[in-house]
Design a protein around this ligand. Structure first.
Ligand code: ZN
Length: 64
């Protein structure tokens, strides 16, 4: 199923799938929404901000 959509990216914040163009629009909005929701949580339920995965790591390993 996923092979039919080679251009999709998974949002590192919410885990949903988006096209490679729409994710660049979605990610800033998603992060903003995440902060809004996280700030409304009680202090002990708040989480650390999601980090953008290091996409280049694989390429560096293959080069070495
Ligand atoms: Zn998202």
């Amino acid at each position: 199923m996923l092979q039919r959509r080679p251009c999709f990216r998974v949002c590192y914040i919410c885990g949903r799938e988006f096209g490679s163009q729409s994710i660049s629009i979605h990610e800033p909005q998603c992060l903003e929404k995440w902060h809004t929701e996280n700030n409304q949580l009680p202090r002990h339920l708040r989480r650390a901000e999601p980090r953008k995965p290091e996409v280049l790591t694989d390429m560096i390993i293959k080069t070495m």
